[in-house]
Each structure stands twice: as structure tokens, then as C-alpha cells.
Design a binder for this molecule. Structure first.
Ligand SMILES: C[S@@+](CC[C@H](N)C(=O)[O-])C[C@H]1O[C@@H](n2cnc3c(N)ncnc32)[C@H](O)[C@@H]1O
Length: 220
């Protein structure tokens, strides 16, 4: 069993089977998110909703929250050959619905949750086509870790982000343990590096531990 995988546990009535978020991004978000203070949020890769519920719980006492969650709820191709993922993704999606409903039921202000089930390239393009260019305050890129997928996630996220908004790329340094070693085309880092170089004049990199990479949009 992969070391990331833990037995199912409940936290404050939430149903999570891993600590990816609580053991990773959370410590940075505790300080960063109140500063960004987003109300329109887009998440690529929601799984059981741990990061989405964290954002709803933290931000809903401050005002209205609009949360868009994109996921195939099929897992990534890097996990098909036996990784940290639950093989029963129907149960994962049921836990996402349980967790987000619980979070919303406790919210002090209106929370609008839009669940977009599909590939991120399709769903992000749909959001652009619907007129949401420059719409989101905060975008969390935590879907596929395959470089070609992260490329479309990065570029379309930039289009959808408002000026001064922030994109958080998870797993900047993540890599699979493959029999032939690391494969840069199966990691996010190659794309995040290319994106931050090509968009150099339009973004500011926010100083943070390198497990995630945070960029602020400073120009269109
Ligand atoms: C690491 S999990 C997300 C974890 C979640 N943010 C959390 O904090 O618990 C990655 C998710 O991305 C989804 N995914 C993988 N490839 C995708 C793609 N091309 N489009 C949309 N979702 C994808 C998987 O189904 C999986 O649920």
C-alpha cells in the first residue's frame, strides 16, 4: 500500500481517506488565504473535497463564496497502475458530496457550489466560453499531474484568473517512482517552470515552501 494512503477516518464529521491537504498545503493556506481573501474560487481536482471544504469553512464567515470544482472523479492516469488513489471513485465522489454538503450546511453566508464533472481542458474551456475570463480570485491546480494536462490547466487558469488573483499549483516537486526513473513528462514541474518563465512579465511568484508554487497575476 502506498505510504500516502491511510485508513478511512472522519474529521469533524468529514469523511476523508487521506491527509494530502491537511498534511500539505494547509499550513501555507492558513496564512495565505486570509490575505488573498477570495470569494470566487476554482479548483481543478477535488477528489473528496478536503481543500474545497477548507476554503468554504474559512471563507464563508467572511461573506458569500462561489466555489467551482472540476474533476472527472475517475482518478488520474498516473494512479491507474496502483497509487495512492481509491479505486472506487464512485465512493470518492459520494464523499465529496457528503463533505461539501456538510460544509455548506454550516456556512454563515451564501455558498454556491458548482460541480463540473469532466476533463479539466473541456470544463475550463467551457468556463472561458461562458464569459468567465478574468473572473476567479483564487485557482487551485491539483488535477492531473501529467505535463500535457498541467499545460492546459495552467494557461486556461491564467485566462480565468482576475488581475491580482492567485493560482496555487500543487505538487510542484511531485514525481512518480517509475522503473526507469523520473519522467519529466509525467510531472507538473516542467510545465510550471515553463509557465512561470513564459508569463514572467505577467505574474509575481509568491514566496512559499516549494511543495506548492503560488503565482499572482499582475497583468493581462
Ligand atoms: C490529488 S486529487 C485532488 C485532491 C484534492 N484537491 C484534495 O485536497 O483532497 C486529484 C484529482 O484530480 C482528478 N483528475 C485527474 N486528472 C484530471 C483531469 N484531466 N481533469 C479533471 N480532473 C482530473 C482526479 O480524479 C482526482 O480526484
Amino acid at each position: 500500500m502506498n505510504e500516502d494512503r491511510e485508513d478511512a477516518f472522519s474529521s469533524d464529521q468529514y469523511q476523508y481517506t487521506n491527509r494530502w491537504f491537511s498534511g500539505g498545503a494547509k499550513s501555507v493556506w492558513d496564512k495565505l488565504i486570509p490575505q488573498v481573501d477570495p470569494s470566487k474560487i476554482l479548483e481543478i481536482g477535488s477528489y473528496e473535497g478536503a481543500s474545497a471544504c477548507y476554503l468554504i469553512d474559512m471563507l464563508s464567515p467572511r461573506g458569500r463564496v462561489e466555489m467551482h470544482c472540476i474533476d472527472t472523479w475517475e482518478g488520474g492516469i498516473e494512479h491507474k497502475s496502483g497509487g495512492a488513489f481509491e479505486s472506487d471513485m464512485t465512493s470518492v465522489e459520494k464523499r465529496f458530496l457528503h463533505n461539501t454538503r456538510l460544509s455548506i450546511s454550516r456556512a454563515q453566508n451564501e455558498v454556491v457550489l458548482m460541480q463540473h464533472r469532466g476533463r479539466s481542458d473541456d470544463e475550463l474551456a467551457r468556463l472561458v466560453a461562458e464569459g468567465r475570463r478574468g473572473y476567479f480570485d483564487f485557482i487551485y491546480v491539483d488535477g492531473s499531474h501529467q505535463a500535457p494536462d498541467v499545460l492546459s490547466d495552467a494557461i486556461l487558469s491564467f485566462v480565468l484568473l482576475r488581475k491580482n488573483g492567485v493560482i496555487a499549483f500543487d505538487d510542484y516537486l511531485w514525481q512518480e517512482r517509475l522503473s526507469y526513473g523520473a519522467d519529466p513528462l509525467r510531472c507538473p514541474k516542467l510545465v510550471i517552470d515553463a509557465f512561470t518563465n513564459i508569463f514572467f512579465r505577467k505574474i509575481r511568484i509568491i514566496s512559499a515552501p516549494l511543495q506548492q508554487l503560488y503565482v499572482q497575476k499582475i497583468d493581462d
